[in-house]
Design a protein around this ligand. Structure first.
Ligand code: FAD
Length: 469
């Protein structure tokens, strides 16, 4: 990646900057430093911001110094954990990046089945730590995604139908607020803040530590089944019906995909566009083989396998397709069910998926997610059954305008049949109305919590909820 030639906007005076830098344990990186270009970049190569300063925080004290400095000097902070925010909220133009990714401590208590996780950990870090004890908590399906961003927006993956959203498994969190104070948020301490951070994203402060409930998960039964494109409508109908009756131990997502040129896929399918179901059963392995057999037999498929695998291996199986530095454009929505018009939209646009890195995924959002009422946490869409994401991903910027058009047309065909809002962690910068729609009945309460903990809207580089008037 080349050094940007654009000037960095003017920032605080040098003495103030020196005072901050001398107070830090972590690294402060400024324009002109050798490390600057790498430090300013995030996962999505389409984001090209030039912050005034990137602080790679070593500890909570560094975070407090950064927040106080940003507030006093009028700099917008951007908070980064895994850096996966597709709109690029982990960096900013002319502001201060609070990069937590060096804060990686994890303590697992196998007796209480609880993990205490520093704010910079990825799901790969956490799965690795808990797997040693035969335990896990629901996380995302790519191991390099940050625990911080994913959990604060809600978070779902292969264990969600059984154990709920990532945020449903949060017991407490340490939050450094806009005022530079560290608070603990839990059911008993600062409960409104605790309610808000379970879905409300990074609006309320910097979360330096998260405490999660863990569950006994070690080996899982998993595999993909791929089907010819002409079976798309039938597979979508089968997927919708099958998931409605499936036990909670099963998670599966529907996908349109270009088959990667790698095992386990046979050579004759490499590079072919197909549809498929990727499934993971987290209960008894023999039962998993039995429960998932209809997926492997439907159609018949063009290819299907199933096998036992360690949970962290399944959690990282798609990592090679999605390294840092690709160009991303995503759109998404929640949907109640896979009705005729929804299926028709997928069948029309899904087969045009442009690259092997791109993704059309339909994730189930039922089971344990529905056990929690929509008003019990900030994550509002507890009554829908699916979330779909349409993601164009390219190694080159050149074709992105065409790919963006494909995503927009696809999304426009589906949106009228959606539940109205989207998962905030799948939103790009799509405007205030879209954010409000995504929080629906919880929005006013979130704005009130924002007023209490961040009245000047210091933390605004996110799916922003301005403080109520
Ligand atoms: C390849 C890929 C796969 C994904 N898969 C899934 C999936 O399976 N399930 C799912 O639910 N989502 C998934 N997502 C979406 C993901 O949840 C969001 O992109 C999320 O924002 C990523 O978190 P992060 O910490 O990596 O991002 P970052 O860019 O580091 O952070 C994004 C924003 O979150 C907030 N934030 C992050 N950490 C903190 C913190 N410690 N304190 C305060 N605020 C913080 C800040 O506002 C920050 O700007 C995926 C994204 C990608 C790119």
């Amino acid at each position: 990646m080349g050094q940007s030639s654009a000037p960095v906007p003017a920032g605080p005076a040098e003495p103030a900057m020196e005072t901050l830098v001398s107070a830090l344990r972590g690294k402060a990186i400024r324009p002109g430093d050798d490390a600057y270009d790498a430090a300013r970049r995030v996962y999505n190569a389409d984001i090209d911001c030039r912050p005034r300063l990137v602080v790679q925080c070593a500890d909570v004290a560094d975070v407090i110094h950064c927040i106080n400095f940003a507030r006093e000097e009028g700099l917008t902070p951007a908070v980064r954990c895994g850096g996966h925010s597709v709109p690029g909220f982990g960096t900013c133009e002319g502001g201060l990046v609070i990069d937590l990714s060096g804060m990686k401590g994890i303590r697992v208590d196998p007796v209480r089945r609880v993990a205490r996780v520093d704010g910079g950990c990825t799901w790969g870090d956490l799965d690795h730590a808990t797997h040693a004890f035969g335990l896990a908590t629901p996380g995302g399906v790519i191991s390099t995604t940050g625990v911080g961003g994913l959990t604060l927006g809600g978070g779902f993956g292969y264990l969600t139908r059984r154990y709920g959203l990532s945020c449903d498994n949060l017991i407490s969190a340490d939050v450094v607020t806009a005022g530079g104070r560290m608070l603990t948020a839990s059911a008993t301490e600062n409960p409104e803040l605790f309610w808000a951070i379970r879905g409300g994203g990074g609006n309320f402060g910097v979360v330096t530590s998260l405490e999660f409930r863990l569950h006994p998960v070690s080996m899982v039964y998993a595999g993909p089944a791929l089907y010819p494109l002409e079976k798309g409508a039938e597979v979508l109908r089968f997927f919708g019906d099958f998931m409605a009756g499936a036990p909670r131990e099963l998670s599966a997502f529907f996908a349109y995909l270009i088959v990667p040129p790698a095992p386990p896929f046979p050579e004759h399918l490499h590079g072919k566009t197909l549809c498929g179901i990727v499934y993971v059963y987290s209960g008894d392995l023999e039962e998993g083989e039995r429960v998932t057999r209809p997926i492997r037999e439907f159609g018949p498929p063009a290819f299907a396998v199933g096998h036992a695998a360690p949970y962290p291996a399944v959690q990282s199986m798609f990592d090679p397709l999605l390294p840092k530095g690709l160009y991303h454009y995503w759109k998404a929505d929640f949907v109640d069910s896979l009705t005729g018009p929804v299926i028709a939209g997928h069948v029309r646009y899904g087969p045009e998926i442009p690259t092997v890195n791109s993704a059309v995924h339909i994730y189930p959002l039922d089971g344990a997610v529905h056990d929690v009422a929509s008003g019990d946490t900030a994550f509002a869409y507890r009554d829908v059954n699916f979330v779909h994401v349409l993601a164009a991903v390219s190694p080159e910027p050149g074709p992105m305008p065409r790919y963006r058009e494909w995503v927009r047309s696809y999304w426009s065909a589906l949106h009228p049949h959606s539940a109205g809002g989207a998962y905030v962690n799948f939103l790009m910068e799509e405007g205030d109305e879209r954010i409000a729609a995504s929080y629906r009945g919880n929005y006013a309460r979130l704005a009130a919590v924002k007023k209490e903990y961040d009245p000047a809207n210091l933390f605004r580089r996110n799916q922003n909820i301005p403080p109520s008037a």
